[in-house]
Design a protein around this ligand. Structure first.
Ligand code: C2O
Ligand code: CU
Ligand code: CU
Length: 460
């Protein structure tokens, strides 16, 4: 089988190979990102076999500006295939980074030019979508900040990339998944990090306003988060500004943030130098853990949370529910076993999960059709039914949606790209299909995604 033998998606055949067919030529200076082997010291011994964009540091925060062209040249400096996805960005389908669906996998030594204009400001992230499990488990997940066209007036910005790693006492990698985990809630790591550090402390101006961007880029863990201060507010969720007051989470009612999800807090730093505000996690059967700490330095800036203007809304079209057609999606076990055919993008060797009773046959499986074909520019309701006892962060590429109802709870009308489906939950989400293409639709617990819980939706 040849890598160039076939492509599933319609977009990928439209001359977008290598990015050459579609270009914002000269619109932005290329930033080169070289995927490469790395090592990093989590424990006494350095951990080898990491994958990052530099030899000894986590993947950096990438910055862009809303409405301004970006050009990212992804060079594959490894021997495995890869493809890079920009999670949450509503960009052209050919730049979405999904192997076989929107582009061919990038071979070792090759590069792919990603050129796009981010339409929305906010907190996004990037990760590979080919060899997803292996490369993400070894570190290749990074935060992407798309700045508002107009400065929203913070004194500081702090990104926190939450990641687990599965390491032994010496710091060597343990197997990054188990069949048992993949068939249930996923295999959790045992070294919990923020920006690859265990409980890092970040200095910010005393009495200042900090935008704390928390990104769960883990392959498995659903974080239960809260802050040690009440001088804070949730200002954005999954990139998009929240247009109403969300209660600040607490130890008793922490915020559930699933893999792929992001929450932005505005935090007012304590007035006195040396005082702190912590990002805390509730972990099953363990004491509350500090994931990261903000520490006040310098003279009191005496800022107030109420000085902040609301963030400007992103240009997301709101669905018209009176006209929306409903499509059903059932997330559950797979009716048949057997390893998926996964071409060059890595297979876990099992098939446990399915969407609408069909397990994803593998990234490169010929003849895999879309789960639904939706017409461009219409309103739709997607009814998501979780038939399993496990939680699934269901993610849709290329489009933003609004959760509208659930059989279990009241859903705040956020604008999002990832819906954390609870046990036995049936939730409805609504969207306007204003971005044409083949959009991956999958669980963001990567062990679920790679063992069947994946598919795509075609917008034509
Ligand atoms: Cu975070 Cu298919 O993506
Ligand atoms: Cu995505
Ligand atoms: Cu799942």
């Amino acid at each position: 089988m040849n890598r160039r033998d076939f492509l599933l998606g319609s977009a990928a055949t439209a001359g977008a190979l290598g990015g050459g067919g579609w270009s914002l030529a000269g619109a932005a200076v290329a930033q080169q990102l070289t995927i490469q082997a790395a090592s990093f010291r989590f424990r006494d011994q350095p951990t080898k076999g990491m994958v990052s964009l530099s030899p000894d540091a986590p993947p950096p925060v990438l910055y862009g500006t809303q409405g301004k062209p970006m050009h990212l040249r992804v060079v594959n400096g490894t021997e495995d295939y890869t493809a890079m996805h920009w999670h949450g960005l509503r960009i052209g389908n050919a730049m979405d980074g999904v192997p076989y669906l929107t582009q061919l996998p990038i071979a070792g030594g090759e590069a792919f030019e990603y050129e796009f204009i981010p339409p929305d400001a906010g907190t996004y992230w990037y990760h590979p979508h080919c060899m997803t499990m292996a490369q993400m488990a070894h570190g290749l997940t990074g935060v992407m900040v798309i700045k508002e066209a107009e400065d929203p007036g913070f004194d500081a910005d702090q990104a926190v990339n939450l990641r687990d790693f599965r390491l032994d006492e010496e710091g060597a990698f343990l197997p990054y998944y188990t069949a048992r985990g993949a068939a249930r809630g996923g295999t959790r790591g045992n070294v919990l990090t923020a920006n690859w550090l265990q409980a890092p402390v970040y200095d910010h101006p005393a009495g200042g306003l900090v935008r704390l961007r928390v990104v769960n880029t883990d392959t498995t863990r659903i974080y239960k988060l809260h802050l040690s201060t009440d001088q804070a507010r949730i200002i954005a969720w999954d990139g998009h500004p929240v247009e109403f007051e969300l209660p600040l989470p607490s130890a008793g009612e922490p915020l559930l943030v699933g893999p792929g999800q992001r929450v932005d807090f505005a935090v007012r730093m304590p007035a006195e130098e040396g005082q702190t505000a912590g990002l805390l996690a509730e972990l099953p059967g363990q004491p509350t853990r500090t994931m990261a700490t903000l520490r006040s330095v310098g003279a009191d800036l005496a800022r107030e949370l109420r000085e902040l203007k609301p963030l400007p809304a992103n240009p997301v079209a709101r669905p018209d529910l009176s006209k929306a057609e409903v499509h059903d999606f059932v997330f559950g076990w797979t009716p048949e076993g057997g390893p998926p055919n996964d071409g060059y993008c890595g297979s876990m060797g099992y098939s446990f999960w399915s969407i609408n009773r069909t397990p994803w046959a593998g990234d490169a499986a010929k003849g895999t059709g879309p789960l639904a074909v939706l017409k461009q520019g219409r309103s739709y309701v997607l009814r998501l039914r979780n038939e399993s006892p496990n939680l699934h962060p269901i993610h849709l590429h290329g489009l933003a949606f609004v959760p509208i109802s659930s059989n279990l709870r009241k859903l705040p009308p956020l604008v999002t790209d990832t819906m954390l489906l609870m046990k036995d939950e049936v939730a409805e989400i609504a969207l306007v299909t204003d971005n044409p293409g083949d959009w991956a639709f999958h669980c963001h617990v990567i062990e679920h995604q790679k063992t069947g819980l994946a598919g795509y939706i075609r917008v034509v």
